[in-house]
Write a new protein. Structure first.
Lengths: 112, 112
């Protein structure tokens, strides 16, 4: 298994600003994943972050809106840029070990 | 892509009751997991169960891969079991890319 720490756990932000979410894992992993969960909805994969290469984004998500960094094998950041109220969601980072996925505690973002 | 349907969408129980949650998926899968999302938003792994049966305390799960469904059993429910239960699957294409597709979840409320 893995211990995954996300910061911040929650934030309230003004529209038009940006927020960077940090994800720290206690083990080295090749891939880290970022998910979004809109209010009352299921989880949707935003992108896959590989160390040393550009993140791979899923359909409907673009790098300009959700830039991702992956500077080493235990850390990643997701930035939510130029926020609007529609970006209010829980953002979760995830890693997999032997096909089993583990999640951080999530970042609950409210945009006002 | 693969479709994941969970039922029922909502379930209200009295403490001590038993329940069965169902997950149907539209194609064969290589990976299936059950998660519990607590009221604070954190996703907790319950089972990694692409096939067969597993038990962990009051919880057990069965996946019948040939018939494309999985069941999660909760016995002697407690108020702390409240939350959303998600089923997530992955279908490999030339190996695992660790990308999970989530169902919409079952919202369980256990009343004292």
């Amino acid at each position: 298994s893995a211990v995954i720490s996300q910061k911040p756990s929650r934030d309230i932000c003004q529209r038009g600003t940006s927020l960077t979410i940090q994800c720290q894992v206690d083990s080295q992993v090749t891939m880290m994943f970022w998910y979004r969960q809109q209010p009352g909805q299921s989880l949707t994969l935003i992108a896959t972050a590989n160390q040393g290469s550009e993140a791979t984004y899923e359909s409907g998500f673009v790098i300009d809106k959700f830039p991702i960094s992956r500077p080493n094998l235990t850390f990643s950041t997701l930035t939510v840029s130029n926020m609007s109220p529609e970006d209010s969601s829980i953002y979760l980072c995830s890693v997999s070990f032997t096909f089993e996925a583990f999640f951080g505690q999530g970042t609950r973002l409210t945009v006002v | 892509g693969i479709q994941v349907e969970q039922s029922p969408p909502d379930l209200i129980l009295q403490e001590g009751a038993n329940s069965t949650l169902r997950c149907n998926f539209s194609d064969s899968v290589n990976n299936l997991q059950w998660f519990h999302q607590n009221p604070w938003g954190q996703l907790i792994n319950l089972f990694y169960i692409p096939s067969g049966t597993k038990q962990n305390g009051r919880l057990s799960a069965t996946t019948v891969a040939t018939e494309r469904y999985s069941l999660l059993y909760i016995s002697s429910s407690q108020t702390t079991d409240s939350g959303v239960y998600f089923c997530a699957v992955e279908r490999w294409s030339g190996g695992s890319n660790y990308k999970l597709t989530f169902g919409k979840g079952t919202l369980l409320t256990v009343n004292p």
